[in-house]
Design a binder for this molecule. Structure first.
Ligand SMILES: Cc1cc2nc3c(=O)[nH]c(=O)nc-3n(C[C@H](O)[C@H](O)[C@H](O)COP(=O)(O)OP(=O)(O)OC[C@H]3O[C@@H](n4cnc5c(N)ncnc54)[C@H](O)[C@@H]3O)c2cc1C
Length: 358
C-alpha cells in the first residue's frame, strides 16, 4: 500500500479482513492527518461499517447544505426533514480511528516510494520490494498515476481556506452554507463544541501564498453575517489552512497488471460534492470484496465515481460564477426548489449499497 491517508488506511483494513498481509508505506515521518473538518455522507458511514470501523461517537450528525443564507445573513432556505444527514467529523479523528484499527507493525513511516512498475515492484529507501498487489493510495499528485498512467493534477482556479475553532470559543452554532458571488462559506459544528468553517473563492493562478491567511480571510468575509467573522477570529492564525483546489481528468482504468489506483490517486475531485474521502472509503470496501476480481473493482468503481468527477466540475463552474443575475437566479431557485429536487441536487451520491467483505 502506498500512502497512509484515509484511502490507504481503509484499504489496508479491508485487505487484512480478507487475510492479506499488508505493508503501508508512507513518506511522512508520522502517520497523522492535519486538515480540518470532513462531512461523511451515509455511503461513507456504510463503507466504514463494512470495514468494522465505528466513528459515530467521533462526529456530529448534522445536515450538510440544508441551511442556506446570503452573506448578509438573509435566509434563502432552511433545513427540511427530507434533507440527507451527514456525520461532521474532524479529519484527525477519522484518521486516528482508522490508524488504530491496524497493528503498528503494518505501518512504515519515512518511507517514500520513488518508483513503481506494473509487475508489483516498488522502490523505496534505496531498495526494491515485490508485492502480489500494489495499491497506490498516494493522493492527487500520485507518483504512480503520473508515471504508469499519465496526467498531472489540474488546478481548477479555485482556492479554499479552512479552520477549526478551539472548544467552546464560538458556541452554539448551527450548520450553514452562505453563498456570495463566487465565494461560499460553510459552517459545521464538530464534537467538543468545536466548529469547522471554510471559505471557497476564485483564484486565477495556482500556488498563490498569503503572508497571513487569517487576515486574508477576514479581508474577504469580515463583514459577512454572524458568527462567520467570530469563527475566523477564534481560529489560531497558524491553524488557518490554505489550499488550491485540484482534481484530475478521468483515467481509462484503475488497474494495470499488479497495480491498483485508489482514492484521490484514482479520482481526485474538488470538494464541491464533499465526496472525495467518502469515495476513497467506498473504494476500500469494493477492493476488499473483489480483490480476486480486479476487473470488477475497476468497472464498478469507475462507473460510480467518474460521473461524480464530472458533477464536481459542474459544481466548480456554478460556485465560481460571479455574474450578478445568474447568482440571483441561483438563490431564487434554492428558495423555491421542492425538497425532493434539493435532495437530488445536494445528496444524490449518498445512496450506495455496500458489498459484503467475505
Ligand atoms: C479542502 C478540502 C475539503 C474536503 N472535504 C471533504 C469532505 O467534506 N468530505 C469528503 O468525503 N472529502 C472531502 N475532501 C476530499 C478528501 O480530503 C480526499 O478525497 C481524501 O483525503 C483522499 O484521501 P487519499 O487517502 O486518497 O489521499 P491523501 O489523503 O492525499 O493521502 C495520500 C497519502 O499518500 C502519501 N504519499 C504520497 N506520495 C507518496 C509516496 N511517493 N510514497 C509514500 N507515501 C506517499 C501522502 O503523504 C499521504 O499521506 C476534501 C478535500 C479538500 C482539499
Amino acid at each position: 500500500m502506498i500512502g497512509a491517508g484515509i484511502g490507504g488506511l481503509a484499504a489496508a483494513i479491508g485487505l487484512r479482513r480478507r487475510g492479506w498481509s499488508v505493508s503501508v508505506l508512507e513518506r511522512a515521518p508520522v502517520i497523522a492527518e492535519v486538515g480540518a473538518g470532513l462531512t461523511l455522507w451515509p455511503n461513507a458511514v456504510k463503507a466504514l461499517a463494512a470495514l468494522g470501523v465505528d466513528v459515530s461517537d467521533r462526529g456530529v450528525p448534522t445536515i450538510s447544505r440544508g441551511n442556506i443564507l446570503t452573506p448578509g445573513g438573509r435566509w434563502v432556505r432552511r433545513n427540511h426533514p427530507d434533507d440527507v444527514g451527514v456525520l461532521a467529523i474532524h479529519r484527525a479523528d477519522l484518521h486516528d480511528v482508522l490508524r488504530k484499527a491496524l497493528p503498528e507493525s503494518v505501518l512504515h513511516t519515512d518511507t517514500e516510494v520513488t518508483a513503481v512498475t506494473t509487475d508489483g515492484t516498488v522502490r523505496c529507501a534505496g531498495e526494491e520490494r515485490r508485492a502480489d498487489l500494489v495499491i497506490a493510495a498516494d493522493g492527487v499528485n500520485s507518483l504512480t498515476r503520473r508515471t504508469l498512467w499519465s496526467g498531472d493534477a489540474v488546478f481548477q482556479h479555485r482556492t479554499i481556506w479552512r479552520g477549526v475553532t478551539p472548544s467552546g470559543s464560538v458556541w452554539p452554532v448551527r450548520e450553514s452554507l452562505s453563498m456570495g458571488r463566487g465565494e461560499q462559506v460553510g459552517v459545521l459544528p464538530l464534537p467538543d463544541e468545536r466548529v469547522y468553517w471554510f471559505l471557497t473563492a476564485n483564484e486565477p493562478r495556482p500556488n498563490v501564498l498569503y503572508a497571513d491567511n487569517q487576515a486574508e480571510v477576514l479581508r474577504r468575509i469580515g463583514t459577512w453575517h454572524h458568527p462567520i467573522p467570530d469563527l475566523v477570529n477564534a481560529t489560531p492564525e497558524d491553524q488557518v489552512l490554505h489550499n488550491d483546489m485540484l482534481d484530475i481528468d478521468p483515467v481509462p482504468t484503475f488497474v494495470k497488471d499488479r497495480v491498483v489506483l485508489l482514492g484521490d490517486a484514482a479520482h481526485a475531485m474538488t470538494p464541491d460534492l464533499g465526496q472525495g474521502a467518502c469515495q476513497a472509503l467506498e473504494d476500500a470496501v469494493v477492493l476488499a470484496a473483489y480483490v480476486d476480481d480486479l476487473a470488477r473493482y475497476d468497472s464498478e468503481r469507475r462507473a460510480r465515481v467518474q460521473p461524480m468527477m464530472a458533477a464536481a466540475r459542474a459544481g466548480v463552474a456554478r460556485n465560481s460564477d460571479t455574474n450578478a443575475l445568474r447568482h440571483l437566479v441561483l438563490l431564487a431557485a434554492a428558495r423555491v426548489v421542492p425538497p425532493a429536487a434539493w435532495r437530488k441536487a445536494t445528496a444524490q451520491w449518498a445512496d450506495w449499497e455496500s458489498p459484503v467483505i467475505p
